[in-house]
Design a protein around this ligand. Structure first.
Ligand SMILES: *Cc1c(COP(=O)(O)O)cnc(C)c1O
Length: 411
């Protein structure tokens, strides 16, 4: 493993597992490895801790513990909610979601379309916000479910979930929200918000990857996605991943206690990073509205530069950040989120997301701010893109790498 210090600004991709979470998990790997479904004490002790963790997740979102279903990840939670809504709404074959969802929704929607369902992907405004009038007008008699994320993972833009839930309720349509990016950043309350389904993923709140949760409102009809044993009150087959659920529970507890710090210290770090970049580096703009927005996320377009090249040079300095672009067959497709916001393909391919977290320090932000202007200036000086080629279409990653390597040799 690399000994270089890590400057991690990619907390929307995944987060470091908190030491407290690891400590909580270890006994369930080492000693208490019984099956929570077994009737003997060795199993039932484990079951008690499982129930504790369930109660902690319930507290995080103000739900009843019986409304919490553990899954394998955020993706499974999202798929399950939409699957269940369709299966329990006979004759309804229309789903509404947005054009800026996580691929967990976008790709599941495409799967459904191939199976003969109809899916509406709601457009967004240029600042990433939703027009609720359009949402309301998209609801049809055969709409089974509306699925809208609480906060966007690429831009941090927050959607008005309470208002959307109210619209769905008044129209008699089920409402699911992908809240994966929200714990520890926004106060969550499923009761006052009135959602039917809500997805979380542990690895976005300082717990391990491979464990998720779906809130299913009491009395809501439900059809499992993973069919098997009677675990999770018959709502999700598969022996419970006890150590990970325990870790998830501890992380939920921590997220409630760090909400303030995320919204003060982390927000101030994010704001300083964003403001300094926008002020000191020419031809930069923020993607997405300033507010309402997650306190940890900033997405910035560096015009006339490729994000992939910026990320490569940052990586050499131990700095982790990301772009929403998908790299397919050697060429880079611009982020579907920025594309939906009508950001030009060139600007979208020059956009970088920095997502901060509880473990970031002032000194780390200083380090990033110390190196970034030079990186941008250097890339602009060798850039294959410039104002003369605004519709430069596909970015050739291979050529950029060669160019980048060549640039490296000159220093
Ligand atoms: C990370 C993420 C997911 C996927 O969660 P996994 O546990 O990785 O499957 C879904 N939605 C959003 C908004 C995310 O950020």
């Amino acid at each position: 493993m690399s000994q270089q210090k890590l400057y991690y600004f990619d907390n929307n991709a995944t987060t470091r597992v908190a030491p407290e979470v690891i400590d909580a998990m270890l006994p369930f790997l080492r000693d208490m490895w019984g099956n929570a479904s077994s009737a003997y004490q060795f199993g039932q002790q484990v079951k008690q801790h499982l129930d504790d963790a369930r109660a902690k997740l319930a507290a995080l979102i103000n739900a009843d513990p019986k409304e919490i279903v553990f899954t394998s990840c955020g993706t499974e939670s999202n798929n399950t909610a939409i699957h269940s809504a369709l299966e329990t709404s006979p004759g309804k074959r229309h789903v509404i979601t947005t054009a800026v969802e996580h691929s967990a929704n976008i790709k599941y929607g495409e799967f459904l379309q191939r199976r003969g369902y109809e899916v509406t992907y709601l457009p967004v405004e240029s600042d990433g916000s939703l027009d609720l009038h359009v949402l309301d007008q998209s609801i049809r008699p055969d709409t089974a479910v509306v699925s809208v994320m609480w906060a966007n993972n690429e831009t941090g833009v927050i959607f008005p979930i309470e208002e959307i839930a109210a619209i769905c309720r008044s129209r008699g349509v089920l409402f699911h929200t992908d809240a994966v990016q929200t714990p520890g950043k926004i106060k969550l309350d499923v009761k006052s918000t009135g959602v039917d389904f809500l997805s979380l993923s542990a690895h976005k709140l300082h717990a391990p990857k491979g464990i998720g949760m779906l809130y299913v409102k009491k009395k809501a009809k439900f059809q499992p996605f993973v069919i098997g044993g009677h675990q999770e009150r018959g709502r999700r087959g598969g022996t419970e991943n006890v150590p990970y659920i325990i870790g998830f529970g501890r992380a939920a507890e921590l997220a409630m206690s760090t909400l303030d710090e995320e919204n003060t210290r982390v927000r101030a770090l994010r704001d300083r990073l964003e403001n300094t970049i926008l002020k000191t580096i020419p031809n930069t703009v923020r993607n997405g509205s300033k507010e309402p927005r997650l306190p940890n996320t900033t997405n910035i377009a560096f015009d006339f530069v490729e994000a992939e090249a910026i990320l490569m040079l940052l990586d050499q300095l131990g700095i982790c950040a990301s772009s929403g672009s998908a790299c397919t067959t050697g060429a880079v497709d611009p982020s579907h989120v920025l594309t939906a916001m009508n950001v030009s393909p060139m600007r979208a391919r020059g956009s970088v997301r920095f997502s901060l977290g509880l473990y970031n320090t002032e000194a780390e932000v200083d380090y990033l701010l110390e190196h970034l202007p030079g990186i941008i200036a250097k890339l602009r000086s060798i850039s294959p893109l410039d104002a003369k080629h605004p519709d430069n279409d596909k970015f050739d990653l291979k050529a950029a790498r060669q160019k980048h390597d060549h640039a490296g040799h000159t220093h």
